[in-house]
Every structure is written in C-alpha cells, then in structure tokens.
Design a protein around this ligand. Structure first.
Ligand SMILES: [Zn+2]
Length: 373
C-alpha cells in the first residue's frame, strides 16, 4: 500500500510540476455545476488540490460522481472531503470522461459553497487538436490546417487570462473546445507539425482573423471594424475556386417590407422604404456606407453594419431595385464572399495548399508583414 501511495504521489507531483513550469499549459473553464461524473480507462485519482492529500483511486472504467456541499465534496461511499478544490488526475495520462465526453489533461473542481467550476488543464497542442476540428473541416489539406492551427494558437496565447483565474472558456466567446470528440487524425497531425510555433508582427504574438470565403480579395480591417492594423490589409485572393468555395458568388431577393422589418427590429424607423444608396465603396468593392431612404426619413449604416443590418453573407454586394409579380418594390442583392473578409480566407488557404504553398506561405500572404517562428 505504501508503495502504491508513493507511486500515486509521484504521479500527482509530476502533474503539479507540469502545471507550474510549462507555459503551454492552459486552464479552460468548462462549466459550473453541483455534481459531475468522471471515468478513466486506466483509472483516476482524486486529491485535495490545495494540500495534495490523496482521497480516492478509482479502478479502470469505474465512474465516480462528485457532489459539492457547503462543507466540501462527497462521492457516495467513496470519499468525503472538506476541500475547496479537488483535482481529478488520470492514471498514465489517458483521457478523462467528464459526463460522458473525453478530455485530455486533468480536471480541477473549484468549489464555492454548494457548486463548483469545472476546469480542464490541458497542454496547448492537446487543446488545439480539438479546437482546430471546430474551426476548419478535417478534410482540408494539411498546409491549410496548419495555418488555421497557428491562428487558433495565436488567439489562445494572446487572449489567455480573459477569465480572471482561468485562461479561456470553451464557447465561441473564446474558442469552441469540446475535447477529444472534435479531434481527428488530420487535426492532430497539423497541430503536431507546428508545435512550438506562433505568428508574430513586430516581435509580438498578434490576433489572426479568418473567415470562409473572400470572393476574390480580402478587406482592410479599417473598412470593417474601423481600426487601422498594419498586418490586416486588403490582399488579392486568386486562390479560391469559385466553383468550390462556399458562397463565392451569391444572390438573394428581399421585398421592401422585409427590409423595413429588418430595420425596425434594430429600432430604425424610416416609414416606407423608397430606395437604398451605397454612399461609399472601398476599392475592393465592399460597401462602407449604406443609406436607406424612406417616406419618413433616412438612415445610414457604416462598415460591417452594411452587411449585418440585412443579414447578408458579406459586405461585398450590389443592389438592383425592381418589382415582383404583386407589384411590390423588391431588391435583388448579389454579392461575393462569405464572412467579414479580414485576414485569412479558409477557402483561399485550401487553394494555396493545393497549389503546393506551405502554411507559412499562406499566413504571410494573408497577413502582411508577419513572420512565423
Ligand atoms: Zn471566453
């Protein structure tokens, strides 16, 4: 028994030293709950995370359901502890099932009264195995996946500590992270290939934005979000295949009444819509000022609102007024691209990879003046 305890302590200390020493360990907040179940295929050990006191070792495949109370944690007949924090560590680093979903790394439960925060401590690359599968199809070429992996890594490195005591959350607020379920052979290979690398501008790790389809060229960030950022300028994008890239070209028809409803849902009242005027157009073709003229007034929106106010695929579009069979005023809206248009086009990355370009070529094409190291 003493030997077993020594071995377990050693595993625990190894886990602690990894947490303290390695900068590439992330703490990801998953959920708040008063109860949670854990299973490990090689077994699990439970500790008081503050004192290191051993509490329980579960056999391979054994499920342990932990419940929080005002006084501490309980797990049925298995253990009771007054701990503020509990760590759940897998034997031989096998993934841990939390409520039926597998995660790499280990868990910590931070208790406040009768509930706890569920936090997954995971190595950067293991985190990216999962995140990459949520951001780009696993069927994309390796070089495109590697470029996307760097985008996700730069985000995680640049935005850690967003949540006070934790680095990131697991939703779209940060990046969607669902553990092993979202991993695939191709995402794991791509992440492994760029392990330890990130993208820099002027010596700093910078956020890298991306979107699905540019429609032929990307956009300067100042025409979308208003800020002026030197590495987020418009670049030509001849690499997308119009036939394959989603929404490379698109078209939709809206009646004047539908557009009035969209404006009203945003608190804008102009009476009956008479016409729509694109007041400013960027050199790329994207509209940066759009005016709605009505019987009771006018309203102008700018930059990305030109797209979002009508719920369009992109900011690059043109309008053709006309009348439908019922004599109602309609607008045929035709456009190019899908997404905000700032940074890397995912379908462009696909095309570049197919033409033999590397992930560094892809990133340095879409992000002016950055370097990968
Ligand atoms: Zn977040």
């Amino acid at each position: 028994m003493k030997k077993l305890m020594f071995a377990l302590c050693l595993i625990f200390l190894m886990a602690l030293s990894v947490t303290a020493g390695a900068e590439d360990m992330l703490s990801v907040y998953l959920d708040e709950s008063s109860t949670a179940s854990f299973t490990g295929e090689n077994g699990l050990t439970f500790y008081n995370a503050a004192t290191g006191q051993w509490l329980y070792t579960a056999a391979p495949g054994e499920t342990v359901t932990v419940t929080a109370h005002d006084w501490g944690f309980s797990a049925g007949e298995k253990f009771n502890s007054g701990a503020e924090m509990l760590s759940v560590i897998s034997v031989y680093q096998a993934p841990i099932s939390w409520n039926g979903h597998k995660y790499r790394g280990y868990f910590r439960l931070d208790r406040q009264g009768g509930s706890f925060n569920i936090v997954n401590f995971v190595h950067m690359d293991n985190y990216l195995y999962s995140v990459l599968g949520r951001e780009m199809s696993e069927s994309f070429p390796q070089e495109a996946l590697k470029a996307q992996a760097i985008c996700a890594k730069n985000f995680a490195l640049g935005e850690r500590n967003r949540h006070g005591s934790y680095d990131l959350c697991a939703t779209t607020h940060c990046q969607v992270y669902t553990g092993v379920d979202a991993e695939s052979y191709s995402t794991v290979c791509a992440v492994a290939a760029v392990s330890g690398q990130a993208a820099y501008y002027g010596g700093k790790i910078v956020p890298l934005y991306f979107f699905a389809t540019s429609g032929g060229c990307t956009e300067d960030i100042k025409n979308v979000w208003g800020s002026d950022i030197p590495y987020l300028k418009s670049v030509p994008d001849p690499y997308e295949s119009p036939a394959r890239a989603t929404n490379w070209g698109w078209s939709t028809v809206m009646t004047a009444a539908e557009i009035e409803n969209k404006l009203e849902s945003k608190g804008i009242y102009i009476g009956s819509l008479l016409n729509i005027h694109a007041g400013e157009i960027a050199p790329t073709g994207r509209i940066t000022a759009l005016t709605f003229n009505g019987t009771d007034g006018s309203h102008t929106v700018y930059r990305e609102q030109c797209r979002s106010i009508l719920g369009l695929n992109s900011q690059w579009f043109w309008l053709e007024p006309g009348y439908n069979g019922n004599g109602e005023l309609i607008f045929t809206i035709s456009g190019r691209g899908w997404g905000h248009g700032v940074g890397m086009s995912q379908w462009g990355a696909y095309g570049m990879a197919e033409q033999g370009y590397s992930y560094v070529d892809i990133l340095t094409h879409y992000f002016t003046g950055i370097y990968v190291n």
